[in-house]
Design a protein around this ligand. Structure first.
Ligand code: C5P
Length: 434
């Protein structure tokens, strides 16, 4: 287990039933030697007690802005600054609204307003509250402010009979996001808000894609069977997110159309979150025109023709097994690569295969109408699926290039640098074709 000695997290707990899961989050962070200071909202007290929180953190629990003892010992400004990350979990609809509005009417919101550290928000609420336009508006505002939003996940809610988007994402996923934000990972560092005078970023940034628009799809799609179950592909979204970061570093305007993943939004990237293949296609089309399009998503090939609006009940024995009629999903890469007008000049697809990699990828290049295919072997032994490294081959009309094993961040950097270098060739070809 990776430890984060001397790392400090402030956990702001909102008042939701999912608060109990945050007790486990505290334990897991403590196991990793992270110091955890907890601020509880007044509503959080209805779900967990400061006593149990304090026993787990081994720190005093902060609750009241106007507690003079608290302020004398450690004022809310120090609480906001003496940490590496602020995690808000569970983030209720009310807390999101107060954050988006810049309120400071309790200790939690005052800390959030006073901090200059990255903020990771993990929402949990009833699906109707999450889908409400006001909540969606507040989430969009927080994203625009550079706040990282993780989830919510899809599934059954604590209330009986309620299901949908609104569950707190599971603790291991929250830990992964925390790790990315405090663990020195390259993608996470790029995602963290930085002050404008940050020279390290400025020196890394080259402007070869300034004025260009790069569209990227990433992650899996989830195709509903009923409100609780879905069909999906395995995909962490890491490679697509790394490509978005690399393109933004080169100065591009980036639209990242992402399926459900547990990665925080990279800063400076326009992230459109979708669930199904149909939504992903719609969002990708809405993002056009683009100069470069990279299709890194693992789109489900089929969806259930008629998903049920209620959870399918388990029947008895073989006769009770539901029969699912499947239908084909749109091929997003193929659709966009075959557009007569508004086809991006450089279209890049991925081919994740477990056998005869290059032959499959070559066929895919042709069939899908892509300019490049990035082929990788995702056989179980390789550790590529969900891992941080990748070994890829780049196929184009010019031939095949095999790249050595490298991190997904490096693959992304090299791919985007290559795309920037070759773009003028594809732009000229596109102009001639139109
Ligand atoms: O799944 P498949 O091997 O066909 O994926 C190859 C490429 O096509 C990938 O770049 C993937 O993102 C894209 N694709 C897509 N829409 C689909 C299926 C795949 O954009 N429905």
């Amino acid at each position: 287990m990776k430890t984060f000695v001397a790392k400090r997290v402030v956990l702001i707990m909102g008042g939701g039933i999912a608060a109990y899961k945050c007790l486990d989050l505290i334990r897991r962070l403590r196991e990793r030697e992270v110091q955890v200071r907890v601020v509880m909202t007044a509503a959080a007290h209805h779900f967990v007690t400061p006593l149990s929180v304090g026993a787990l953190t081994n720190e005093r629990v902060f609750t009241n802005l106007f507690d003079l003892d608290d302020e004398r010992e450690i004022g809310h400004v120090r609480l906001a600054r003496d940490c590496d990350l602020i995690v808000v979990a569970p983030a209720t609809a009310d807390l999101l609204a107060r954050m988006a509005g810049g309120h400071a009417n309790d200790l939690a919101t005052s800390v959030l307003l006073a901090t200059d550290k990255p903020i990771l928000v993990v929402p949990a609420m009833n699906p109707h509250m999450w889908m409400n336009k006001a909540t969606q508006r507040n989430v969009a505002q927080l994203k625009a402010d550079g706040v990282h939003i993780l989830g919510p996940a899809i599934g059954e809610m604590a209330e009986r009979g309620e299901a949908g988007v609104g569950r707190l994402v599971e603790v291991p996923e929250i830990l992964m996001a925390v790790e990315r934000l405090i663990g020195g990972d390259q993608t996470a560092n790029a995602a963290a808000p930085r002050p404008p005078h940050d020279v390290s970023m400025a020196s890394q940034r080259q402007d070869v894609l300034t004025g260009r628009h790069v569209l990227i799809t990433a992650g899996p799609t989830h195709e509903p069977i009923d409100p609780v179950r879905y069909i999906a592909n395995r995909s962490s979204g890491k490679q697509g997110y790394a490509i978005a970061v690399a393109a933004a570093r080169l100065g591009a305007r980036v639209t990242l159309v992402s399926g459900p993943v547990s990665l925080p939004d990279p800063a400076g990237v326009d992230v459109v979150r979708v669930v199904t293949a149909a939504e992903m296609l719609e969002a990708a089309q809405a993002a056009l025109p683009a100069d470069i399009a990279v299709f890194a998503a693992a789109v489900a090939d089929w969806r259930v023709a008629k998903p049920k609006s209620e959870k399918i009940k388990k029947g008895r024995g073989e006769a009770g097994v539901p029969k699912l009629a499947l239908t084909e999903n749109p091929d997003i890469l193929k659709t966009i690569a075959h557009l007569k007008s508004r086809r991006p000049a450089l279209v890049i697809g991925f081919a994740a295969e477990t056998q005869t990699l290059v032959a499959h990828a070559r066929r895919k290049l042709k069939r899908k109408g892509a300019d490049w295919i990035v082929a990788n072997d995702v056989s179980p032994g390789t550790g590529i699926m969900g891992g941080d490294r990748n070994t890829v081959h780049l196929l184009s009309a010019a031939g095949i290039e095999s790249w050595p094993d490298m991190s997904k961040d490096k693959v992304a950097e090299r791919l985007m640098a290559r795309a920037a270098a070759d773009l003028s060739h594809y732009l000229t070809a596109r102009t001639a074709a139109e």
